[in-house]
Ligand binder design. Structure first.
Ligand code: NHR
Ligand code: GAR
Length: 216
Protein backbone atom coordinates (compact mmCIF):
# COMPACT_ATOMS: atom_id res chain seq x y z
CA UNK A 1 0.00 0.00 0.00
CA UNK A 2 1.17 3.53 -0.78
CA UNK A 3 2.69 5.07 2.33
CA UNK A 4 0.21 7.94 2.49
CA UNK A 5 -2.97 6.03 1.57
CA UNK A 6 -5.72 6.01 4.18
CA UNK A 7 -6.75 2.41 5.04
CA UNK A 8 -10.51 1.99 4.61
CA UNK A 9 -12.72 -0.76 6.04
CA UNK A 10 -16.11 -1.16 4.34
CA UNK A 11 -19.10 -2.80 6.04
CA UNK A 12 -21.77 -4.31 3.80
CA UNK A 13 -24.80 -6.60 3.94
CA UNK A 14 -25.68 -7.19 0.30
CA UNK A 15 -24.93 -6.41 -3.31
CA UNK A 16 -22.04 -4.06 -2.70
CA UNK A 17 -22.52 -1.72 -5.67
CA UNK A 18 -21.38 1.21 -3.53
CA UNK A 19 -18.38 -0.84 -2.42
CA UNK A 20 -17.56 -1.49 -6.08
CA UNK A 21 -17.77 2.21 -6.88
CA UNK A 22 -15.30 2.96 -4.08
CA UNK A 23 -12.92 0.16 -5.12
CA UNK A 24 -12.99 1.37 -8.74
CA UNK A 25 -12.52 5.00 -7.81
CA UNK A 26 -9.41 4.34 -5.72
CA UNK A 27 -7.85 2.00 -8.25
CA UNK A 28 -6.41 5.05 -9.98
CA UNK A 29 -5.92 7.01 -6.74
CA UNK A 30 -3.89 4.54 -4.73
CA UNK A 31 -1.93 7.24 -2.94
CA UNK A 32 -5.12 8.65 -1.40
CA UNK A 33 -7.04 5.69 -0.03
CA UNK A 34 -7.28 1.93 -0.15
CA UNK A 35 -9.99 -0.51 0.84
CA UNK A 36 -8.11 -2.97 3.08
CA UNK A 37 -11.04 -5.10 4.26
CA UNK A 38 -14.71 -5.73 3.60
CA UNK A 39 -16.87 -7.12 6.38
CA UNK A 40 -20.41 -8.43 5.93
CA UNK A 41 -22.96 -9.53 8.52
CA UNK A 42 -24.55 -11.78 5.89
CA UNK A 43 -22.66 -14.81 4.53
CA UNK A 44 -24.24 -14.64 1.06
CA UNK A 45 -23.61 -10.94 0.42
CA UNK A 46 -22.44 -10.51 -3.18
CA UNK A 47 -20.17 -7.70 -2.05
CA UNK A 48 -17.88 -10.33 -0.49
CA UNK A 49 -17.28 -11.72 -4.00
CA UNK A 50 -16.54 -8.23 -5.27
CA UNK A 51 -13.93 -7.84 -2.53
CA UNK A 52 -12.28 -11.17 -3.34
CA UNK A 53 -12.22 -10.30 -7.04
CA UNK A 54 -10.31 -7.14 -6.14
CA UNK A 55 -7.89 -9.04 -3.87
CA UNK A 56 -9.31 -7.38 -0.78
CA UNK A 57 -9.73 -9.31 2.44
CA UNK A 58 -13.37 -10.42 2.72
CA UNK A 59 -14.75 -11.36 6.13
CA UNK A 60 -18.19 -12.45 7.28
CA UNK A 61 -19.29 -11.99 10.85
CA UNK A 62 -22.79 -13.45 10.88
CA UNK A 63 -24.98 -11.72 13.44
CA UNK A 64 -27.01 -14.91 13.80
CA UNK A 65 -24.16 -16.43 15.81
CA UNK A 66 -24.42 -13.81 18.55
CA UNK A 67 -26.88 -13.53 21.44
CA UNK A 68 -26.71 -9.78 21.91
CA UNK A 69 -25.94 -6.66 19.88
CA UNK A 70 -23.15 -5.87 22.36
CA UNK A 71 -21.45 -9.21 21.75
CA UNK A 72 -21.73 -8.76 17.99
CA UNK A 73 -20.47 -5.20 18.00
CA UNK A 74 -17.55 -6.09 20.30
CA UNK A 75 -16.23 -8.65 17.86
CA UNK A 76 -16.95 -6.41 14.89
CA UNK A 77 -15.00 -3.61 16.56
CA UNK A 78 -12.00 -5.89 17.21
CA UNK A 79 -12.00 -7.13 13.62
CA UNK A 80 -12.12 -3.60 12.26
CA UNK A 81 -9.39 -2.35 14.62
CA UNK A 82 -7.11 -5.14 13.43
CA UNK A 83 -6.89 -3.26 10.11
CA UNK A 84 -6.17 0.10 11.79
CA UNK A 85 -8.43 1.99 9.42
CA UNK A 86 -8.48 5.75 9.08
CA UNK A 87 -12.06 5.50 7.84
CA UNK A 88 -14.95 3.04 8.30
CA UNK A 89 -17.58 3.10 5.55
CA UNK A 90 -21.11 1.71 5.90
CA UNK A 91 -22.18 0.80 2.37
CA UNK A 92 -25.56 -0.87 2.60
CA UNK A 93 -24.86 -2.22 6.07
CA UNK A 94 -28.19 -3.26 7.53
CA UNK A 95 -27.49 -3.60 11.26
CA UNK A 96 -28.08 -0.89 13.82
CA UNK A 97 -24.86 -0.32 15.77
CA UNK A 98 -24.56 0.23 19.53
CA UNK A 99 -23.57 3.65 20.85
CA UNK A 100 -20.32 2.23 22.27
CA UNK A 101 -19.33 0.89 18.88
CA UNK A 102 -20.18 4.12 17.11
CA UNK A 103 -18.32 6.23 19.66
CA UNK A 104 -15.16 4.18 19.18
CA UNK A 105 -15.10 5.33 15.53
CA UNK A 106 -16.44 8.80 16.10
CA UNK A 107 -15.57 11.24 13.32
CA UNK A 108 -14.22 8.50 11.09
CA UNK A 109 -17.31 6.51 10.13
CA UNK A 110 -19.70 7.48 7.31
CA UNK A 111 -22.92 5.97 5.89
CA UNK A 112 -24.91 6.31 2.71
CA UNK A 113 -28.63 6.44 3.38
CA UNK A 114 -31.24 6.18 0.62
CA UNK A 115 -33.32 9.28 1.39
CA UNK A 116 -33.02 13.04 1.60
CA UNK A 117 -32.39 13.16 5.36
CA UNK A 118 -33.90 14.14 7.75
CA UNK A 119 -36.78 12.60 5.77
CA UNK A 120 -37.32 8.85 6.04
CA UNK A 121 -34.83 7.50 8.52
CA UNK A 122 -34.63 3.72 8.90
CA UNK A 123 -35.80 1.17 6.34
CA UNK A 124 -38.06 1.08 3.22
CA UNK A 125 -37.25 4.66 2.31
CA UNK A 126 -38.23 4.39 -1.36
CA UNK A 127 -41.73 3.15 -0.54
CA UNK A 128 -42.04 5.87 2.09
CA UNK A 129 -41.20 8.56 -0.49
CA UNK A 130 -43.74 7.09 -2.93
CA UNK A 131 -46.44 6.83 -0.26
CA UNK A 132 -45.88 10.47 0.67
CA UNK A 133 -46.31 11.54 -2.96
CA UNK A 134 -42.90 13.23 -3.00
CA UNK A 135 -41.79 14.76 -6.30
CA UNK A 136 -38.13 14.34 -5.40
CA UNK A 137 -36.13 11.77 -3.50
CA UNK A 138 -32.47 10.87 -3.22
CA UNK A 139 -29.56 9.79 -1.06
CA UNK A 140 -27.53 11.32 1.75
CA UNK A 141 -24.01 10.63 2.97
CA UNK A 142 -23.60 11.42 6.66
CA UNK A 143 -21.23 10.91 9.56
CA UNK A 144 -22.45 8.06 11.76
CA UNK A 145 -23.40 9.02 15.31
CA UNK A 146 -25.34 7.00 17.90
CA UNK A 147 -28.50 8.80 16.68
CA UNK A 148 -29.72 6.45 13.92
CA UNK A 149 -29.46 8.19 10.52
CA UNK A 150 -29.22 11.44 12.49
CA UNK A 151 -25.53 12.30 12.15
CA UNK A 152 -24.43 15.41 10.23
CA UNK A 153 -25.13 15.29 6.49
CA UNK A 154 -22.11 15.70 4.19
CA UNK A 155 -23.76 15.64 0.76
CA UNK A 156 -27.11 14.80 -0.84
CA UNK A 157 -28.04 13.88 -4.37
CA UNK A 158 -31.60 14.33 -5.64
CA UNK A 159 -33.57 12.40 -8.24
CA UNK A 160 -37.06 13.05 -9.64
CA UNK A 161 -39.95 10.76 -8.73
CA UNK A 162 -42.07 9.93 -11.80
CA UNK A 163 -45.84 9.30 -11.83
CA UNK A 164 -45.78 5.54 -12.24
CA UNK A 165 -42.59 4.71 -10.38
CA UNK A 166 -42.47 1.67 -8.17
CA UNK A 167 -40.03 1.30 -5.28
CA UNK A 168 -37.64 -0.80 -7.34
CA UNK A 169 -37.36 1.71 -10.19
CA UNK A 170 -36.93 4.54 -7.74
CA UNK A 171 -34.25 2.62 -5.82
CA UNK A 172 -32.30 2.09 -9.06
CA UNK A 173 -32.40 5.80 -9.87
CA UNK A 174 -31.21 6.67 -6.36
CA UNK A 175 -28.46 4.05 -6.38
CA UNK A 176 -27.03 5.41 -9.62
CA UNK A 177 -26.54 8.72 -7.78
CA UNK A 178 -25.13 6.98 -4.71
CA UNK A 179 -22.31 5.52 -6.77
CA UNK A 180 -21.37 9.03 -7.91
CA UNK A 181 -21.33 10.84 -4.59
CA UNK A 182 -20.02 8.23 -2.17
CA UNK A 183 -16.48 7.83 -3.58
CA UNK A 184 -16.09 11.62 -3.68
CA UNK A 185 -16.92 11.92 0.02
CA UNK A 186 -14.46 9.14 0.82
CA UNK A 187 -11.85 11.03 -1.20
CA UNK A 188 -12.53 14.28 0.72
CA UNK A 189 -12.12 12.44 4.00
CA UNK A 190 -8.90 10.71 2.94
CA UNK A 191 -7.45 14.03 1.79
CA UNK A 192 -8.25 15.45 5.25
CA UNK A 193 -10.59 18.02 3.71
CA UNK A 194 -13.59 16.63 5.60
CA UNK A 195 -14.00 16.32 9.37
CA UNK A 196 -16.75 16.25 11.97
CA UNK A 197 -16.62 19.01 14.60
CA UNK A 198 -19.27 19.72 17.25
CA UNK A 199 -21.67 17.37 15.46
CA UNK A 200 -21.27 19.30 12.18
CA UNK A 201 -19.65 18.24 8.93
CA UNK A 202 -16.78 20.56 8.01
CA UNK A 203 -15.38 20.70 4.45
CA UNK A 204 -12.28 22.78 3.66
CA UNK A 205 -12.77 24.64 6.92
CA UNK A 206 -16.43 25.51 6.22
CA UNK A 207 -19.26 24.15 8.33
CA UNK A 208 -21.76 22.50 5.97
CA UNK A 209 -25.48 23.24 6.14
CA UNK A 210 -28.15 20.79 7.35
CA UNK A 211 -28.40 19.35 3.85
CA UNK A 212 -24.62 19.18 3.37
CA UNK A 213 -22.60 20.29 0.36
CA UNK A 214 -24.87 21.82 -2.28
CA UNK A 215 -24.97 19.82 -5.50
CA UNK A 216 -27.71 21.59 -7.39
N1 NHR B 1 -25.99 2.75 13.76
C1 NHR B 1 -25.98 3.90 14.41
N2 NHR B 1 -25.78 3.88 15.73
N3 NHR B 1 -26.19 5.10 13.81
C2 NHR B 1 -26.45 5.13 12.49
O1 NHR B 1 -26.67 6.30 11.91
C3 NHR B 1 -26.48 3.92 11.73
C4 NHR B 1 -26.24 2.73 12.43
C5 NHR B 1 -26.27 1.51 11.76
C6 NHR B 1 -26.59 1.46 10.42
C7 NHR B 1 -27.36 2.54 8.31
C8 NHR B 1 -28.89 2.79 8.30
C9 NHR B 1 -29.38 3.23 6.93
O2 NHR B 1 -28.66 3.89 6.17
C10 NHR B 1 -26.88 2.64 9.73
C11 NHR B 1 -26.81 3.88 10.37
C12 NHR B 1 -30.18 -0.59 9.43
C13 NHR B 1 -31.35 -0.25 10.08
C14 NHR B 1 -32.22 -1.31 10.74
O3 NHR B 1 -33.31 -1.03 11.21
C15 NHR B 1 -31.71 1.09 10.15
C16 NHR B 1 -30.90 2.04 9.57
C17 NHR B 1 -29.71 1.69 8.92
C18 NHR B 1 -29.36 0.37 8.85
N4 NHR B 1 -31.74 -2.58 10.84
C19 NHR B 1 -32.41 -3.72 11.49
C20 NHR B 1 -31.81 -3.95 12.88
O4 NHR B 1 -32.58 -4.44 13.75
C21 NHR B 1 -32.21 -5.01 10.73
C22 NHR B 1 -32.79 -4.98 9.36
C23 NHR B 1 -32.33 -6.12 8.48
O5 NHR B 1 -31.47 -6.93 8.85
O6 NHR B 1 -32.83 -6.21 7.34
O7 NHR B 1 -30.60 -3.74 13.09
O8 NHR B 1 -30.55 2.97 6.58
C1 GAR C 1 -28.00 1.41 -1.00
O1 GAR C 1 -29.07 1.96 -1.72
C2 GAR C 1 -27.89 2.06 0.35
O2 GAR C 1 -28.23 3.42 0.33
C3 GAR C 1 -28.90 1.28 1.13
O3 GAR C 1 -28.79 -0.04 0.67
C4 GAR C 1 -28.30 -0.04 -0.66
C5 GAR C 1 -27.08 -0.91 -0.71
O4 GAR C 1 -26.70 -1.16 -2.03
N1 GAR C 1 -28.63 1.32 2.53
C6 GAR C 1 -29.54 1.03 3.44
O5 GAR C 1 -30.70 0.81 3.15
C7 GAR C 1 -29.03 0.96 4.85
N2 GAR C 1 -30.07 0.58 5.70
P1 GAR C 1 -25.28 -1.81 -2.34
O6 GAR C 1 -25.10 -3.02 -1.44
O7 GAR C 1 -25.38 -2.22 -3.77
O8 GAR C 1 -24.22 -0.77 -2.11
Amino acid sequence: MEASAVPIVVLISGNGSNLQAIIDYFESRATIGKVVAVISNRPNAYGLERAKNANIEAICIDHKNFDTREAYDNLLQKQIEHFQPGLVVLAGFMRILTADFVQSFEGRMINIHPSLLPKYKGLNTHQKALDAGDKEHGASVHFVTPDLDGGPVIIQSKVPVFENDNAEELAQRVQEQERNIFPIVVDWFCQKRLTMKNNKAVLDGNELSESGYATD
